[in-house]
Design a protein around this ligand. Structure first.
Ligand code: AMP
Ligand code: MG
Length: 948
């Protein structure tokens, strides 16, 4: 035993003893010693054995409870001595030759009389060295996967793979019903002693065992009853009271409906320096190394899940009675270590909490876990293990195997199954703390677990450097990982015309392609059925004229002008003219409920509203200037002002002035105006031209209401590229068949819409168009949408972005339909971060809140400084930079794309409208009859309600 190990064990024992002194266990109900029971009567199974036996009955042929191990032996092996040694071990330990006869579904342990044990030998010496190793590995697996028949003794087998004259591998396999980790140590120790003695022709120097496993089983059945059982149960029932937490580790794959046991492992070694630091910290804080490592593991899980009620299982050797220390058998028990991590304590405080958890658990370790599960009878979710989902095992140091003339080395062999979502095995070797994670491969990919190892290491280093840190402050990310998130995945810097205004981009285009058709769609000045079709020059000229007129009304930089119009070509003239005059437009959907229109007009105090004659009478309580673009008198006024220049020359501000203010819903139910400047839109458009892309020959069919910011893409992207926009009439956008017809008729090559609209199209039998570029975003994609759309288009894009960061901030080209659709990567000059509640980076794969920075950020909310300060926060990563808190839950996937996973709050989106929690209730309260439908908008002019 190394001195370190000795200290560790002494410390643990002392801890336990000092604790026991204060408990009733120690004072009153000292358990009786284990005594030998007669072998003539029926023997008992221990509780744990009973469970394994039942599991084995349920799943015949299962190898989940095989305990295989490997030893590599270099040197001259005496096979006869080995056989004799194993024979003697099996003779000494009845449990190894116990079998279980099943009488009417009830198992009865029967002890077979001792027989000579023979190691099977497989000679691989004929193979080449490479082939030998491969074959040895294969045979090891085959053996590990070979089930035991519990009805036949012995429940141990050994195979010797002869690799060369002086090189062999010993495969050992024992069923768990007769063995455990501690037993393995006993086994190796006895093997060392016996082999040495037999080699020298001596008799076994080992004293006979006074009691055997069967005696322990009888003792356990006898003792764990009545009051003793009740006291143990009461303790655990109290510890595990309330609803048990279910650990929600972020997985790489969707959780299978029923728990699976496919597993893999990732091993690691922590440096001697780190190990020493952990040990001296443990000493200073008067806890064991195990407690420190468990506390750190709990922090890791906390930081991965945000869960503070933390339950981790841990095996306990359960050899706390001298008389059973030397036995082979299934003694190991499982303890559920539940610790409250709330209140963001320091790590040092946590160490004490975990120490208390551990001491309490040790003092009640006699209650078999299976008994506890049976008693608690937790509501079973068959997709997870009961009580806890993650395990930590602290392995006692491997017992050295000492065989004269042989150089044994234990080979790592972790088996294949995974009993839990995740198990962490830790132990101490001369190198330092070493271990491995065993993980369920149906939940996690190897990369995720490899990163987890690094996070654990970083955390432990942080803990030893500053144990007084609060849990939230402890470092988790490695430097390369931080660099990836802060730099590589946000490397979006691209030049764009920073000082050009939005309408100037259009003017330049109009100069380049004056005769090209730019805009087609319903027109106010013509019969309602007819369509206008204008060239760049025509549109520009109309907008110039109206802009001059608006300037006479006082419109200039940062002056807001409401545009409350139906989706017509005139509306586009209106928007463009407001910009040219230097103003910023506030789009209002005429279908908005009256209160909403009234609120926005009141809030903005716009001096001018651009509208149309049919709608003007419905503008509630507005006293400013109402300009109807279909008023014949206005047409006369305006025609006088027509200027021929492509470029509108008067002062119209600079790129930091507002281009539009767009009202979205607010958490108090009051809409709030998002202020977007020219530069943000210009950057956005340059980025969109690169991807998803737009070219002069494209036609975009515009279907979105102008009160969504994404309408900005539909108009400004084509208008600044030389392409054409066709405006779909409002009623067409609500009818899948009509919309499909218009898509064909218009020759659309690009269309942007929310998932709801794409679904509407699909449901109406739309056949798709292999020249079409589909932009889909604004809300989460329903399942199957990708699968349905992919074959129906030229390319498919998921677009993500809040109004506050200008239309879209990330995008993803969708090429596969077999996984959740990511929202992709940030667009040009945009940064995205996934942060925890304390605004620190969370590791890839872990869910946090999405924050966005860069050129797209809004100036703020119109006249709402407090709300602006709350949502637009200082960037922790760059001086003088702001980030917008989206309220969206997201995570990085390992390839540097983002996945959006819903909201931090209760906000929902219905047909692209943001609806805050308060609003949903209000909407439902006002309209209880509509059930699941809520009124999201109302068209007073048409007396219609829009339901979703
Ligand atoms: P809005 O400002 O109305 O565009 O709403 C922005 C919100 O819509 C985001 O914060 C998300 O919650 C949601 N959203 C937008 N696009 C997507 C998308 N592609 N996938 C999932 N959610 C989205
Ligand atoms: Mg948006």
């Amino acid at each position: 035993m190394t001195p370190d190990l000795h200290n560790e064990l002494t410390a643990r024992k002392a801890e336990l003893l000092s604790f026991l002194k204060g408990t009733s266990l120690a004072t009153g109900a000292q358990p009786p010693t284990v005594k030998r029971v007669p072998r003539a009567g029926e023997l008992s199974l221990s509780f744990a054995q009973m469970r394994l036996w039942l599991l084995n009955e349920l799943e015949r042929g299962s190898v989940a409870y095989n305990l295989p191990s490997l030893v590599h032996l270099r040197g001259n092996l005496d096979l006869a001595a080995l056989d004799c040694s194993l024979s003697e071990i099996v003779r000494r330990h009845e449990i190894l030759r116990t079998y279980y006869s099943s009488a009417g579904g009830h198992p009865v342990p029967m002890i077979a009389s001792p027989e000579p044990f023979q190691v099977s030998v497989v000679d691989l010496q004929g193979l080449s060295e490479a082939a030998r190793e491969k074959e040895a590995a294969r045979l090891a697996l085959v053996d590990a996967r070979q089930p035991f028949d519990l009805g036949k003794a012995p429940l141990i087998r050994a195979t010797l793979l002869k690799l060369a004259a002086e090189e062999q591998v010993l495969l050992l396999n024992v069923h768990h019903i007769a063995f455990d980790g501690w037993s393995h140590g006993v086994f190796l120790k006895e093997l060392s002693v016996l082999y040495k003695a037999f080699l020298q022709g001596q008799a076994s120097p080992l004293p006979d065992l006074p009691i055997q496993y069967a005696d322990f089983a009888a003792w356990q059945r006898e003792w764990l009853q009545g009051d003793v059982l009740k006291r143990q149960l009461d303790y655990w029932k109290e510890r595990l009271s309330g609803s048990l937490p279910v650990l929600e580790l972020p997985t790489d794959h969707p959780r299978p409906p029923a728990q699976t046991y496919n597993g893999e492992t990732v091993s690691f070694v922590f440096s001697k320096t780190l190990t020493d630091a952990l040990k001296s910290l443990s000493q200073r804080e008067d806890v064991t190394l195990f407690v420190t490592l468990l506390a750190a593991f709990k922090v890791l899980l906390l930081r991965y899940t945000g869960q503070v009620d933390m339950l981790v299982g841990t095996p306990i050797a359960n050899r706390n009675r001298a008389e059973i220390e030397g036995l082979i058998g299934f003694f190991v028990n499982t303890l559920a270590m539940r610790t409250d991590l709330s209140g963001n304590p320091t790590f040092r405080e946590l160490m004490q909490r975990v120490k208390d958890t551990a001491l309490g658990a040790y003092a009640h370790q006699d209650l078999p876990f299976e008994k506890l599960v049976e008693e608690l009878n937790p509501k079973r979710d068959i997709s997870r293990s009961p009580i806890f989902q993650v395990m930590l095992s602290f392995l006692s140091p491997a017992q050295p195997l000492e065989l004269p003339g042989l150089e044994p080395s234990r080979l790592e062999f972790h088996g294949e199954g995974a009993q839990f979502d995740l198990s962490l095995y830790l132990g101490e070797t001369g190198q330092g703390v070493t271990g491995w994670f065993s993980y369920n491969t149906d939940l996690f990919g190897k990369g995720t677990i490899e990163r987890m190892v690094e996070h654990y290491r970083t955390l432990l280093e942080g803990i030893t450097a500053r144990p007084e840190s609060k849990l939230s402050e402890l470092p988790l990310l490695t430097l390369p990982e931080r660099h990836r998130m802060l730099v590589e995945w946000n490397d979006t810097r691209v030049d764009y015309p920073e000082d050009v205004l939005l309408h100037q981009l259009f003017e330049a285009q109009a100069e380049r392609t004056p005769g090209a058709v730019v805009l087609a769609g319903p027109s106010l000045t013509q019969a309602s059925t007819s369509q206008a079709s204008w060239t760049y020059a025509e549109l520009n000229q109309r907008a110039n004229a109206l802009a001059h007129y608006l300037q006479t009304l006082g419109v200039g930089p940062d002056v807001l002008v409401a545009v409350c119009m139906e989706r017509t070509v005139e509306m586009v003239v209106g928007l463009l003219a407001v910009l040219k005059a230097g103003g910023a437009y506030v789009p209002l959907d005429p279908a908005y409920p009256r209160e909403r229109l009234a609120f926005i007009l009141e809030d903005t105090q716009v001096p001018v509203v651009l509208t149309q004659q049919r709608i003007a009478p419905f503008l509630p309580g507005y006293h400013g200037r109402v300009v109807c673009l279909d008023d014949p008198n206005l047409q006369v006024e305006i025609q006088k002002l027509t200027g021929d220049d492509f470029r509108f020359s008067s002062n119209s501000g600079d790129a930091s002035h507002l281009a539009y203010v767009l009202y979205t819903s607010g958490s108090t139910g009051k809409p709030k105006g998002v202020e977007i400047c020219h530069r943000a839109v210009v950057n956005f458009l340059s980025s969109m031209r690169a991807a998803p892309g737009m070219a002069a020959q494209d036609t975009l069919l515009s279907v979105t209401t102008p009160s969504f910011d994404i309408f900005g893409l539909e108009i400004w992207l084509p208008l600044t590229t030389g392409a054409k926009v066709v405006i779909a009439p409002e009623e067409v956008t609500r009818d899948g068949r009509e919309l499909a017809a218009l898509m064909r008729q218009s020759g659309a090559t690009v269309m942007q819409a929310t998932p709801s609209t794409w679904r509407l199209l699909l449901e109406s039998g739309w056949e798709g168009n292999r020249h079409l570029k589909i932009l889909c975003g604004g809300e989460a994609w329903p399942p199957q949408l990708a699968e349905q759309l992919l074959p129906k288009c030229a390319s498919l894009w998921n677009m993500y972005g809040p109004t506050e960061t200008t239309i879209w901030s990330t995008l993803h080209r969708v090429t596969r339909a077999d996984a959740a659709v990511p929202i992709g990567r940030p667009i040009a000059n945009t940064q995205v971060y996934v942060l925890d509640g304390r605004r620190q980076l969370v590791p890839a794969g872990v869910v946090g809140e999405l924050y966005i920075g860069g050129s797209g950020l809004a100036r703020g909310y119109f006249a709402r400084p407090e709300l602006t300060a709350e949502r637009f926060v200082e960037s922790p990563f760059a001086a003088n930079a702001r980030l917008y808190r989206t309220g969206d839950r997201a995570r990085w996937l390992p390839d540097g794309t983002l996945e959006c996973l819903g909201r931090v709050d209760q906000q929902v989106k219905i047909r692209g409208f943001r609806i805050e929690p308060g609003e949903v209730e209000a909407a439902l309260a006002r309209h209880p009859a509509v059930g699941q439908c809520v009124v999201v908008a109302r068209d007073d002019a048409r007396g219609e309600k829009i339901l979703a």
